[in-house]
Design a protein around this ligand. Structure first.
Ligand code: HPA
Length: 282
């Protein structure tokens, strides 16, 4: 069941927009927004002329509401500033379906990004790998996803906007651009299919075997609902997983949130080099 009606969601994003305009100067316009996954917060330090707005001040943003506690390893600020020559926003943490069973949790924040002028949404996350040649520490651009959580953030959207075409929802042009930027920087980046698993428990060994048979290359607990919302809003989407572990049963390591946060540092270093160059090339 949606946590808020569409009108309420719109009112939330308008209220958030007013706060952002007041804190940054009324004519702020961004070209892209970036969502940072677990342990990937380092990117925020690269922003120049930065305005930091705690999510607590922004209605509808992650971490607000009755059940909306944050997730360790995730930031809780909206950053607006300049990355190179581009004006962008960074969402330093996200809200997950597993926090309260609300798949549209990121909708007000993403609507606010679109209202600020963003045309492009760059999403990062941590994920478990399902394939031997994608070990921890590697980056995998998401080429497509499988919505295994089975929940859709547009349930409850009353207009025909809900019938979103998901073909090429991970923009092929952005993937090609990121590949060439990564090549220039000497960063190895592959492409694959991401399976959205609700969490918060990690997958069983049998579920990982199922995900492999379904054709997935990585599993994670986020991103797919944000992509569905973003496509409804007309944003071009690029998403990339930082591989923190092999899926359950595929290696001897013990999977845990602590391990995920620790291993995310490897991906964070690569994102810190890749994303500014990608944003500049947009
Ligand atoms: N499964 C689901 N989500 C994850 C994993 C995983 O193995 N690693 C990091 N996020």
């Amino acid at each position: 069941m949606p946590r808020q009606s569409r009108r309420e969601a719109e009112a939330m994003s308008t209220a958030a927009l007013n706060v952002i305009r007041a804190r940054t100067g009324s004519d702020v316009e961004i070209s892209a927004a970036i969502v940072l996954g677990s342990g990937l917060g380092a990117l925020g330090a690269l922003l120049a002329d930065k305005t930091v707005i705690p999510y607590d001040d922004l209605e509808g943003f992650p971490g607000r509401g009755a059940a909306g506690e944050g997730v360790s390893g995730h930031g809780s600020d909206l950053l607006i500033g300049r990355l190179g020559t581009r004006s962008i926003a960074i969402l330093t943490g996200r809200e997950h379906y597993y926090q309260h069973g609300h798949a549209a949790a990121m909708r007000p924040a993403l609507e606010t990004m679109a209202e600020l002028g963003a045309k492009t949404l760059l999403l990062t996350n941590s994920a478990g790998s399902l394939v031997a040649d994608l070990p921890p520490g590697e980056l995998m651009m998401i080429a497509d996803h499988i919505n295994y959580a089975g929940m859709n953030p547009l349930i409850g959207e009353p207009t025909d906007r809900r019938f979103v075409n998901m073909v090429d929802c991970y923009d092929p042009g952005l993937r090609a651009l990121a590949k060439s930027v990564a090549g220039r920087l000497g960063i190895v980046i592959s492409e694959g299919i991401y399976l959205w698993y609700s969490g918060p428990s990690f997958e069983t060994v049998a579920e990982i075997q199922m995900a492999i048979r379904l054709g997935a290359d990585a599993v994670g607990m986020s991103t797919a609902p944000e992509v569905i919302i973003a496509r409804m809003l007309g944003l071009r989407v690029w998403a990339c997983s930082s591989i923190t572990n092999m899926g359950a049963g595929l290696s001897d390591e013990t999977i845990s949130h602590e391990h995920t946060k620790m291993m995310a540092a490897l991906g964070a270093d690569k994102f810190k080099r890749l994303i500014p160059a990608l944003v500049e090339a947009l």
